[in-house]
Design a binder for this molecule. Structure first.
Ligand SMILES: [Zn+2]
Length: 250
């Protein structure tokens, strides 16, 4: 059985935590593919991360980091010189708690969406509030990119609208804090539109016993999701792994 952690900030682990130890624990439970999103452009520790088999990097500016990236150059290949080719744009999006205005967030998000289309890449989207605005932005595009709504926090109804538009929803351990909503998401969305992530090192599942969230939590999250979805864990693992490959490439 293997797992694909589609959203894991391996470059932002707590100080003093060894990346090699984290990766060894992940591999031990079957996690063999991981996507590390960028929050202020490229992730930190690029060369170190790329040394690990199965680790892939995205590139993006998170809405809460826009104010730290004041000198954003709206380039057509902003990762040039970062030492890798991203497997996705993101994480990017809109957040009602972010310091900068929603108009500025929209400008940066729209740029990511256009880059994704230009480079034929999926987009890892972070949305807290502003769901309708984000939906309208995608709907206004002639050819929208494939969108991964990571650790979805909106309503089940809104999730269904995005999914009908070709988006996929990524379930994290954080969803177990609202189990009724997770049950509805699992019951009402086709399993072909779901991915799984830890969002480590934050957003630990309530049942996770570790000191901090890490990719090794994937097997526990997967088992808990399988139980809620009424599927054998092996079957769920296989389907979600293949969904992830479809989005992020073979
Ligand atoms: Zn994240």
């Amino acid at each position: 059985m293997h797992w694909f952690d589609t959203h894991c900030h391996l470059d932002r682990l707590p100080v003093g935590v060894e990346l090699s130890a984290i990766m060894a624990r992940a591999v031990a439970v079957g996690v063999n593919r991981l996507v590390v999103p960028g929050v202020a452009g490229a992730p930190a520790r690029v060369a170190e991360l790329l040394d690990f088999k199965g680790v892939e990097l995205a590139w993006g500016i998170h809405p809460e980091y826009i104010s730290e990236c004041k000198s954003i150059v709206y380039d057509s290949e902003p990762w040039a010189g970062a030492g890798y080719k991203p497997v996705a744009l993101g994480e990017c999006g809109l957040d009602r708690r972010a310091k900068c205005s929603v108009e500025e967030q929209e400008r940066v998000f729209a740029w990511h969406l256009q880059l994704a289309v230009k480079h034929n890449l999926p987009v890892i989207v972070h949305l807290v509030g502003h769901y309708q605005r984000a939906f309208d932005m995608l709907a206004a595009m002639a050819t929208p990119p494939i969108v991964v709504l990571h650790s979805w926090s909106g309503s089940v109804e809104m999730a269904k609208r995005f999914v009908a538009f070709g988006a996929v929803i990524s379930i994290s351990g954080g969803h177990f804090r609202r189990p009724e909503k997770l049950e509805r998401l699992l019951g009402e969305l086709p399993i072909s539109t779901l991915l799984l992530e830890t969002d480590a090192p934050d957003m630990a599942a309530p049942f996770w016993q570790g000191d901090y969230n890490e990719p090794a939590a994937m097997s526990a999250i997967g088992a808990a999701v399988a139980e809620k979805a009424g599927l054998a864990v092996e079957e769920l693992a296989e389907i979600l792994y293949n969904n992830s490959l479809r989005i992020f490439g073979q």
